[in-house]
Design a protein around this ligand. Sequence first.
Ligand code: ADP
Ligand code: MG
Length: 253
Amino acid sequence: MSPMVLADRVCKSFGALQVLKGISLEVERGEVTCLIGPSGSGKSTFLRCVNHLESVTAGRLYVDDDLIGYREKGGKLYELSAKDAAAQRRDIGMVFQHFNLFPHRTALDNIIEAPIQVKGVVRARAVERGKDLLDQVGLADKASAYPAQLSGGQQQRVAIARALAMDPKLMLFDEPTSALDPELVGDVLAVMRNLAKDGMTMVVVTHEMGFAREVADQLVFMDAGKVVEKGDPREVLNSPQHERTQSFLSKLL
Ligand code: ADP
Ligand code: MG
């Protein structure tokens, strides 16, 4: 079977600044890939390319065999219309460091918004599913709470439930626990661990090496816009082959 994500020499520049310098990697279906690397190495930019928040400037990026952002015809690439791009994005869930919940909506309303507005799910169905999802992330009793009434960890779990409400085939996490107080990190990681166990395909940018070691099927180390090293997480963490990986990991300990 083809991989869920296939990046083939993906490049991204902002003006003269080349941020991604030929990223090639694969994320297999039902597997978890953790992406690590120093600040500024291009991890967020890569996720944003996968999720259409940025467009690739060279190379090819496929999700579920769909070329992201472009249509290929007669050897030429044509940018997708906004409508076609939106259709591709619908199946990709993304969770950000800073939750990005609607502040004036309850937890449940945050979750049901997109299924109703984007997918046309009838309200009663969306509410039923929303409540199930809140239960799944351990927040069954918080349906009518507003974001400001929730801890950071609870807000992040609502954000995960919100992404899941669209029934994504792929979930992207960009440092989902980096903004949280240490005692709140565990609950969020536990939700992600369960998702992985249930077979969700996930790409996770994280500094949580324990999570990477235990949950990831693949660990990718990026530096300065390149994949320096990738492989089995235990192998990469226990015996990194490249000096840059060694140096990065030694600073984390
Ligand atoms: P990471 O997530 O690994 O910390 P980023 O992908 O956020 O790295 O950033 C990689 C580089 O790209 C940084 O030098 C950053 O300043 C630059 N960059 C990111 N987004 C933009 C943008 N929209 N315009 C210009 N430069 C950007
Ligand atoms: Mg980042």
